[in-house]
Design a protein around this ligand. Structure first.
Ligand SMILES: Cc1cc2nc3c(=O)[nH]c(=O)nc-3n(C[C@H](O)[C@H](O)[C@H](O)COP(=O)(O)OP(=O)(O)OC[C@H]3O[C@@H](n4cnc5c(N)ncnc54)[C@H](O)[C@@H]3O)c2cc1C
Length: 407
């Protein structure tokens, strides 16, 4: 049985790995010259439980974002669906936590199977101001509440002037470099799977071909068709135009985020763990001797001027808040991208009623480097007809179903 996977970001690479391990022969198609050129170029670091914890601190389900009058006008469908999800905030928090936990375990087992070390760094601080501390009724499971003094003693990046009154600490919230991981996994697939895996960069898919109500193949922009028995769309915002002729329109929106990475002059002050400051707001992670900071997300597309302003704000707030860190100015690299998101913040993962043999792994929002693994497992199980999933697996399958927004 042959499957085609569209998109060589982390979602497509993870889906390919799962399908290959279930005995499929797989062709991974990518429009760019190589893997990880779009969203998965993100020097993304936060792993699943950390993403779920930070989201759970927000007021609304899904990814916290800023909006403007014009972005609201352009994303009315997304906002309308968000309104409906707001009534289910408690269930959403629980299923988000479950999804990312599941994805973390899939991530671990995939890396073990392919012998890849993710060089994970454990621990996440969430620094709370007085207002946030007052609002905190009880800490989420597996999270310690520490005093300001204790946090200052344990975390070298925090200075006496850091603006917080208490800190949450999640010991098992990890961070690792998702782009690096997916590249390693692709290399392993190419060498290890006895010709059952092929990667075709420079192959843009323009149409899904069907026969008798099921997937028959894909048409390529450069000409020609690729027949297949199953198809996974893992091409983020690019999926919408392929799904439209099938009548499947997800209420997705783009959320634009910015990050910067930089080397640190005083290595003794490199953060020991990831640090989030919800009031500023930013999240800081570290990889080797570099740090990565991620700022706010904005609904819709941002102008270059707006992105630049957000980069400057992010840079100033990181330096202004954790003054122990001194950056090497010429090493600072800014990056921004528009991530595809659904209102509840969960991906569209798994098969769809729109066409038999078709599965999706899209709309990963701010958590795809962590959620890609769980989504890939859901797609792989559905396409391979694995039945007899536990009630918990069934609940996740439903929660991530691409059809869940249909009335
Ligand atoms: C600022 C920022 C910070 C982030 N930080 C984190 C983090 O800390 N932790 C985390 O887990 N996640 C993070 N993310 C989210 C993460 O980057 C994304 O969720 C993830 O990379 C999505 O991967 P993907 O494979 O779905 O999409 P992509 O990487 O965009 O892959 C889709 C691929 O499909 C290809 N494609 C599109 N259309 C076609 C077509 N028709 N034919 C062939 N190929 C096609 C594209 O070229 C692309 O390579 C962050 C995102 C942003 C923007």
């Amino acid at each position: 049985m042959h499957a085609a996977v569209v998109g060589a970001g982390i979602s497509g690479i993870a889906a390919s790995a799962v399908l290959v391990s279930k005995g499929w022969s797989v062709t991974l198609l990518e429009q760019e010259k190589g893997p990880n050129q779009r969203l998965s170029f993100a020097p993304g670091l936060l792993q699943g439980r950390a993403v779920a914890l930070l989201r759970s601190l927000g007021q609304t389900p899904g990814v916290p974002f800023e909006d403007t009058f014009s972005s609201r006008l352009q994303n009315r469908r997304f906002l309308k669906a968000l309104k409906a999800v707001k009534n289910k905030a408690v269930e959403n928090k629980k299923v988000t936590e479950d999804f990312f936990k599941f994805s973390c375990s899939m991530h671990k087992s995939t890396l073990e199977r392919f012998g890849i070390d993710d060089e994970r760094i454990d621990g996440l601080w969430v620094l709370l101001g007085e207002r946030e501390e007052r609002k905190l009724s009880e800490p989420p499971e597996g999270v310690d509440v520490l005093s300001r003094l204790e946090a200052l003693e344990r975390e070298p990046a925090l200075s006496e002037e850091a603006p917080f009154s208490a800190a949450l600490f999640m010991p098992d919230a990890g961070s690792s470099n998702g782009t690096y991981l997916s590249r390693r996994l692709l290399e392993q697939l190419l060498t290890a799977e006895d010709g059952r895996f092929a990667f075709r960069p420079g192959s843009r898919v323009t149409e899904i071909l069907q026969k008798g109500g099921r997937v028959a193949g894909v048409r390529l922009e450069k000409g020609g068709e690729l027949p297949c028995d199953a198809l996974v769309l893992a091409n983020a915002l690019g999926a919408a135009e392929l799904l439209k002729p099938l009548g499947l329109e997800l209420p997705a929106a783009g959320l634009t985020g910015v990050t910067f990475t930089a080397e640190v002059q005083n290595e003794e002050c490199l953060p020991a763990c990831s640090i989030a400051l919800p009031s500023s707001p930013f999240v800081l992670c570290r990889t080797d001797s570099r740090i990565r900071a991620c700022g706010r997300f904005f609904l819709g597309t941002q102008t270059e001027k707006e992105k630049k302003a957000e980069c400057n704000r992010l840079y100033d707030s990181v330096l202004g808040s954790l003054v122990n860190i001194r950056l090497v100015p010429e090493s600072v690299r800014f990056w921004s991208a528009e991530a595809d998101a659904l209102p509840d913040g969960l991906p569209a993962a798994g098969t769809t009623r729109a066409l038999e043999g078709l599965a999706l792994s899209v709309a990963h929002a701010d958590g795809g480097l962590s959620g890609a693994w769980g989504a890939a497992a859901i797609c792989g199980a559905a396409l391979s007809g694995d039945s007899g999933g536990s009630p918990a697996a069934e609940a996740l399958r439903k929660a991530c179903s691409p059809d869940r927004f249909e009335n």
